[in-house]
Design a protein around this ligand. Structure first.
Ligand code: HEC
Length: 121
């Protein structure tokens, strides 16, 4: 009986982690940053609050960093800071490629989150 309850607990815990996607973690992490760092970058993050910067960065490092460089400064591909492109345009480029850039095979959710983050850079 105890074992069964334990197993149930594990399942519930896993479900809670796996299903608790989207906005919950970034809110916790960003609010102190906004309080403590009133200058420079904080406003950017605060206004465009509809992305998960951590997850976007992870996706970027997985799929884009090889061509676009470690600090979005560009490598074989152009730098991605301040492109003036909207999130929708960036998302389109991710899914369909552009010029010498091949289409990137990302989940819609990851592509949208990454595009929203890039738009704010
Ligand atoms: C194989 C190399 C490569 C990879 C991987 C790659 N890109 Fe690119 N990207 C390019 C090149 C090259 C261009 C320039 C394309 C052109 O307009 O000729 C480009 C252009 C872009 C542009 C347009 C920039 C501008 O100012 O017009 C965006 C936005 C972009 N990439 C985003 C991404 C994102 C996001 C990822 C990861 C999901 C990614 N790229 C992965 C090579 C790459």
């Amino acid at each position: 009986m105890k074992k069964f309850l334990l197993a149930l607990g594990v399942v519930v815990a896993l479900t809670a982690c796996g299903g608790g996607d989207e906005a919950a973690p970034p809110v916790d992490e960003e609010s102190p940053a906004v309080d403590e760092a009133p200058t420079d970058e904080a406003p950017d993050e605060a206004t465009a609050g509809d992305y998960d910067a951590e997850s976007a960065r992870a996706t970027y490092e997985q799929s884009c960093i090889g061509c676009h460089g470690g600090d979005l400064q560009g490598a074989s591909g152009p730098g991605l800071e301040g492109t003036g492109l909207s999130a929708a345009e960036i998302e389109d480029i991710i899914h369909n490629g552009q010029g010498a850039m091949p289409a990137q095979n990302l989940e819609d959710e990851d592509a949208a989150n990454l595009a929203a983050w890039l738009e704010a850079q």
